[in-house]
Design a protein around this ligand. Structure first.
Ligand code: ADP
Ligand code: ZN
Length: 625
């Protein structure tokens, strides 16, 4: 039966008042309202929204609205046990009855939550998929269902169900039981990353074919994409942080655990607060580092890709990749952790010839089936093309996810069009050297040696193998080593050269070499601007507290006082500071300089519960200044 106009208006009123009263926000953003209306009315949904797009409210508001209407509990399935505590804490701060069940709890704690659950006292219950699908838990759900108190399922991070996604979790497959057992209970699946293939996989595996799909643009306009050529990665990183993000929070991704440890140590030595995170650290330390990062105003997390899923710290100002990731999905998801609060943020990557060689080698050395390797190679190629691109990075990124767009004006290439040079001659020199050496010695050589030969450097290896006699010896003496490395990188990226990992990473000509040798395909390279590295002897400047730019001096003092009060409350509640109030909320308070609770009314981020709990305290902090 179609809802009447009257019912429809009522529903819109209800969800809007929940938005304002519980969460303290004035208006919905993006497609939130449409999604929430659909779900409140009992519809199934697939929600694809970029990080920071406001997915949580899309199930939290329906959960609250439906619980108020007597439908009972919403079960939120999330793979991120480590973050449930903060998510539930944030709901408590807003006055919502929420709880979580996971393996970090004692049997007594879990038992108590289950009793509350059966009494219908919980609006949102967070649980991991392996917990939800146990016989014991399903029996509890049966009991709720029989009494009409099982309102809805929200499956977060739904891409985990797909083998095509990069976070495949087999436990997600078992979630079909929910649909089979409770066909009348609405379900929604939410994710931030899914290309078309992953999306159809989610629909099929979770049997959501009939669900309405809400697919938002995955663009993150506030993130500036920059990809630089690597020459001294750590020096470049120090310079990047020191010049653009001193005193702010960010994430630095590295390929290996050892590198994570090294980089974290070096940052600390240079006066930048940094913590390591990788699967080699013990679970307790990992968790405590994560908590410290979440709670901090100014902290750099140096991590392998083991870190980050579900991290909803809003004020991560940069994500840096010190090594190249495997594919665009991974890259986009990792960079997406920057700037969730919508304020300007940076995605910065530094990559070089070795990254290309390493990634290729890892694929070739893996034990995957040839067909799968082919897929991996294709994904790597697309990422390489992005890294080498001289046009808008964002256009390419969005295109990968099936969205057409115009040059963005907020990536390195848009902001300053790179100067190009014609590397076609150099490319031919390199390719014919590889070819001739194979002919002469019947063995291959690595990149360094090929460059030496082309530049005419007399090394031991050159003498030993008689490479001084090659017709290409020294033909490229006018090129710098760095230029030739750039050309080699492109040649490998476009498949003109391949790397044999089983033979000391030696180079061989590949398919695309022919047309380049014939001069049919030009090679254009960006002129590498010599970027300054950080002075190694100097500690990096660290700002104390970044002022909110819109505030005058007294406003800034109020802001600082509010932040320090917030830090105190957060510690007391054992929650990250942003769960108490976002920076933007404190900034608005500092701006308005309220004298009464009425003055506080209507500031974004202050719902009824927070007003009751903290309103007087905030006024007192300001009065004491
Ligand atoms: P996602 O899970 O999609 O990455 P979140 O649900 O964490 O995003 O929301 C991102 C940020 O936007 C959060 O800080 C949240 O409080 C804020 N937010 C969400 N919806 C609104 C809204 N309607 N008005 C103002 N802020 C919002
Ligand atoms: Zn651009």
């Amino acid at each position: 039966m179609r809802p009447t106009i009257h019912q429809h208006q009522n529903r819109a009123l209800t969800i809007h008042s929940i938005l304002q009263q519980v969460f303290g926000y004035e208006d919905f953003i993006g497609p939130q309202q449409a999604i929430i209306e659909h779900v409140v009315a009992g519809g199934d949904a697939l929600v694809l929204m970029p990080t920071g797009g406001g997915k949580s409210l899309c199930y939290q508001i329906p959960a609250i609205a439906r619980a108020r209407a007597g439908h009972g509990v919403t079960v939120v399935i999330s793979p991120l046990i480590a973050l449930m505590h903060d998510q539930v804490g944030a709901l408590h701060e807003a006055g919502v009855d929420a709880a979580f069940l996971n393996s970090s709890q004692s049997t007594e704690e879990a038992g108590q939550i289950e009793r509350q659950l059966l009494h219908g006292a919980i609006t949102l219950l967070y649980a991991a998929p392996e917990r939800v699908t146990t016989a014991g838990f399903l029996a509890r759900l049966d009991s709720l269902h029989e009494r009409g108190l099982l309102s809805m399922f929200a499956i977060d991070e739904a891409h985990c169900v797909s083998q095509w996604g990069h976070d495949f979790r087999p436990e997600y497959g078992a979630l079909t039981v929910l649909h089979e057992r409770y066909p009348s209970v609405p379900r929604m699946a939410l994710t931030a990353t899914a290309d078309a293939l992953t999306r159809s996989d989610i629909l099929e595996r979770l049997q959501l074919q009939r669900a309405r799909q809400f697919v938002s643009s995955c663009d993150r306009p506030n993130i500036r994409y920059t990809i630089v050529e690597k020459h001294d990665a750590i020096g470049q990183l120090l310079h990047f942080i020191g010049s653009e993000h001193a005193g702010e929070s960010g994430i630095v991704y590295c390929q290996s655990r050892r590198r994570v440890d090294d980089v974290a140590r070096i940052l600390c030595e240079r006066g930048i607060a940094a913590l390591p995170y990788h699967a080699g650290l013990d679970a307790g330390l990992r968790q405590s580092n994560q908590n410290r990062f979440l709670a901090a105003e100014s902290m750099v997390m140096v991590a392998t890709i083991a870190f980050g899923m579900g991290i909803d710290k809003p004020d991560v100002r940069f994500v840096a990749h010190l090594d190249m990731p495997k594919n665009i999905e991974g890259y986009y998801q990792e960079t997406g952790r920057a700037g969730r609060d919508g304020k300007p943020a940076d995605a910065w990557m530094c990559y070089g010839l070795n990254d290309v060689v390493n990634q290729r080698r890892m694929i070739e050395e893996s034990t995957a089936a040839e067909e799968h390797k082919q897929g991996l190679r294709g994904k790597l190629d697309t990422l390489l093309a992005l890294a080498e691109a001289t046009d808008c990075r964002r256009v390419r990124l969005l295109q990968y996810f099936g969205e057409a767009s115009k040059p963005c004006g907020n990536c390195d290439n848009c902001l300053s069009a790179p100067a190009l040079w014609d590397g076609t001659d150099a490319a031919r020199m390199l390719l014919s050297t590889v070819y001739r050496i194979r002919q002469l010695n019947d063995i291959g050589f690595g990149t360094g040696h090929i460059i030496d030969v082309v530049r005419g450097k007399t090394t031991e290896k050159v003498e030993q193998h008689g490479h001084r006699g090659l017709s290409t010896f020294g033909v490229g003496a006018s090129y710098s080593e760095r230029q030739l490395r750039g050309v080699l990188r492109q040649l490998i990226s476009i498949g003109a050269l391949s790397i044999n990992p089983h033979d000391f990473n030696t180079l061989t000509l590949a398919q695309a070499a022919r047309s380049i040798l014939r001069g049919e395909v030009p090679i254009r390279l960006r002129q590498s601007a010599a970027r300054p590295g950080a002075r190694p002897d100097r500690p990096v400047r660290t700002a104390l507290i970044r002022a909110a730019p819109g505030l005058d001096k007294p406003g800034h003092d109020r802001f600082v006082a509010l932040k320090s009060w917030r830090a105190h409350v957060a510690r007391e509640h054992n929650l990250p500071a942003y769960v108490i109030f976002h920076d933007a909320t404190l900034e608005a308070i500092a701006q308005r300089c309220p004298r009464s609770l009425e003055d506080l009314q209507g500031i974004s981020g202050i719902g009824q519960k927070k007003m009751q709990t903290y309103g007087e305290d905030v006024l007192r902090v300001l009065a004491e200044l």
